[in-house]
Design a protein around this ligand. Structure first.
Ligand code: KG4
Ligand code: ZN
Length: 340
């Protein structure tokens, strides 16, 4: 079954053609980064207008690169939650138009579940696995039992991990998007220049939760208090110390999740899964008691329509399809202990 995936939840306009939920035939990602750079963040109104202007061209390119045509598409899958509502609506309305005119089944796909599925496009990872979803909008540690069934263990109680990266970068004028810039500055810095405090969320209901708001504020406002005077206050050192704290917090929770659940496979996903320190530290867990760690390639960590088409295949195959009533939702419920 050949599925066309459509992703417009944030600032990437993407269309992909995937066969049988696994084989990527094409994956076109048109990023709006240059358009939003002057604002140091995504401007929702500009993002949705740009999706409207780009979506047709990106779709044609997706078909061209796959060497296929609409007649060979068996179904349409589109991100319909969560995300920026105006941007989501562009993809959803476009997908509805396509599905209606082609007479093909339509599936609304959860962006979070799609990030947790992305790795399956490159290798078959057996369920269950501990999912570590870290993006600009979400931070989630969960047990992934199947393509659409996860149990949330922990989440952020305030900012998402990528959001903290973006806000710290914006404050110091490091550039946009913040994650990749801080990651590369950090390679040249020394993390010992600052000791930023980590939240002590480790008890009861919060055993697997993270919090990035305090760390972000500490980095932005209280550099003196946490500064080790033997080191200079360079951008590189600030980046390295922030990155060390942000990733260590996450790794500690993941380790605990593996220990407590006995699930020995870890799969990361989302934009921050492209982070070099997260990849290094998670990979190091592989040496410990038979844990397997899987990351998607960098291009499948950040937003892309291949993961939407991949998960959409399973939804369509199992009859979880929608008609013209399909709607978009900026948020999803049940991020705590059950999901969706
Ligand atoms: O998954 P994604 O493309 O979009 C959302 O669903 O949010 O993730 C974007 C986020 C941004 O916050 C960006 O700064 C972060 O991923 N990011 C990174 C890196 N590359 C992208 N964060 C840390 N290190 C990176 N190398
Ligand atoms: Zn995403």
């Amino acid at each position: 079954m050949v599925v066309m995936g459509i992703e417009t939840s944030c600032d990437e306009c993407s269309v992909s053609i995937v066969a049988d939920g696994r084989t990527i035939i094409s994956n076109v990602v048109a990023t709006q980064i240059d358009i939003h750079t002057p604002f140091s963040g995504v401007v929702p109104e500009i993002a949705s207008r740009t999706h409207t202007e780009w979506i047709w061209e990106v779709t044609e390119k997706g078909l061209d690169e796959a060497g296929t045509s609409f007649s060979q598409i068996d179904g349409i899958a589109v991100t319909n939650r969560p995300g920026m509502i105006g941007s989501l609506l562009v993809g959803v309305c476009f997908a509805k138009g396509l599905a209606f005119s082609l007479g093909k089944p339509l599936a609304g796909v959860d962006h979070i579940l799609a990030h947790l599925y992305a790795v399956q496009l490159e290798r078959q990872v057996e369920y269950p696995y501990i999912g570590v979803l870290v993006s600009g909008g979400h931070t989630l540690i969960c047990i992934v039992n199947d393509y659409a069934a996860i149990e949330v263990l922990g989440t952020t109680i305030d900012d998402a991990c990528g959001e903290a990266y973006d806000k710290v970068a914006k404050h110091f004028g490091f550039g946009y998007p913040g994650g990749a810039v801080i990651d590369s500055l950090a390679q040249k810095g020394d993390r010992r220049a600052f000791s930023f405090p980590l939240p002590s969320l480790h008890k009861g209901d919060h055993a697997y939760d993270v919090s990035y708001s305090g760390l972000k504020t500490a980095v932005i406002n209280q550099l003196d208090q946490f500064h080790n005077s033997e080191y200079e206050k360079t951008n590189e050192n600030i980046a390295a110390a922030f990155q060390h704290a942000a990733i260590t917090m996450l790794i500690n929770r993941v380790k605990r999740a593996v220990k407590d659940t006995g699930v020995k496979r870890i799969v990361a996903g989302g934009g921050v899964a492209a982070n070099s320190l997260l990849r290094k530290d998670l990979n190091e867990l592989e040496g410990i008691s038979g844990v397997e760690v899987h990351f998607p390639s960098l291009s499948l960590c950040t937003d892309n329509a291949a993961m939407i088409a991949g998960l959409g295949y399973h939804l369509i195959k199992s009859g979880e399809i929608q008609g013209m009533e399909l709607n978009a939702f900026s948020r999803v419920k049940g991020m705590r202990k059950t999901y969706p």
